[in-house]
Design a protein around this ligand. Sequence first.
Ligand code: IPE
Ligand code: IPE
Ligand code: MG
Ligand code: MG
Length: 326
Amino acid sequence: VVSVNPLNALGLPQVEDDMARFEPLLAESVVVGDPYLDKITTHLILAGGKRLRPLLSVASATGGESPASTEDLLGGVAVELMHLASLYHDDVMDEATMRRTVESVNARYGNVVAIVAGDYLMARSAGIAADLGTEVSSLLAKTLAQLTQGQVSEVRTAFDVDRTHQDYYEAIQGKTASLMAAACRVGGITAGKEPDELDALSHYGAALGVVFQLRDDILDITATDGELGKPAGQDLAEGIYTLPVLIALEDPKVAEELRELLGQPLNEPEREKARSLVAGTTGVAESLDEARRHVSQAHQMAAALKGPALREGFRTLSSSLLDELG
Ligand code: IPE
Ligand code: IPE
Ligand code: MG
Ligand code: MG
């Protein structure tokens, strides 16, 4: 399975200790005492996940130089719960059957349960954010609005072979980068950092988020099912035309055939056909170039941060996202 290990890439031992203390707080945060609901709300938490966003919060708060405070950890819990809720809802929207190597919540319990449980996780996130103060709470409210706008924009352009690069970037900035930016900023807020530092943290998180989603979208074309832990070419089949596909659609060698094939849901042989057409163009290489440009941006943003250990850790973390992609 291709995967990133953000904790390793970050290379800050103190943050590793903090993340061990984070885990029980996350698990407790969704337990109500109703066995049926608890099983559903803990389903994906127990299945795993990289905890990238809370790691960003904690590292942003401490720079790896001192133990995280309870507020720093709870900021990470609020952020991870919003991420989880978005996954519950995303898997309904994408009709996904697998998530974090297990059955998705919608596949296991049905769409209605997945939607309502996602709302529940979102409410828990909002409650914890409110306890942390109006600055965190208003940031997360704004972030959820952006995330939702990104998802809606993706839905609006589904199956649209004329989707533009700008449509693509708008969608990924909303659905992915906004929460990574907020994850970093929340850590800065709970640690009481100055406005300039908060902005630098947000900018880093946003650049990282764009790289992260480009990586995910490239892998959908280049990786095998086994490497992904979910069906490859899923985006193509579901009508989500990501940057490599949009670039392929501009290549006169395949444009006509690809346009003919896309624009509707695909069965398995059609999906493989579309995937190999895209893979035969410069779509992947050009998307990788774009990802590298955003890694450079993330490096610049990291360089503006105060702590030397954090500067280095955040720099390495952003580069590591492209490690397995060549
Ligand atoms: C998945 O995020 C959603 C995307 C933005 C592509 P992650 O890859 O961080 O998911 P987990 O938390 O590790 O499962
Ligand atoms: C994930 O988008 C973004 C959110 C969950 C908001 P995708 O649909 O591209 O991510 P995966 O591939 O399902 O993780
Ligand atoms: Mg999805
Ligand atoms: Mg999606």
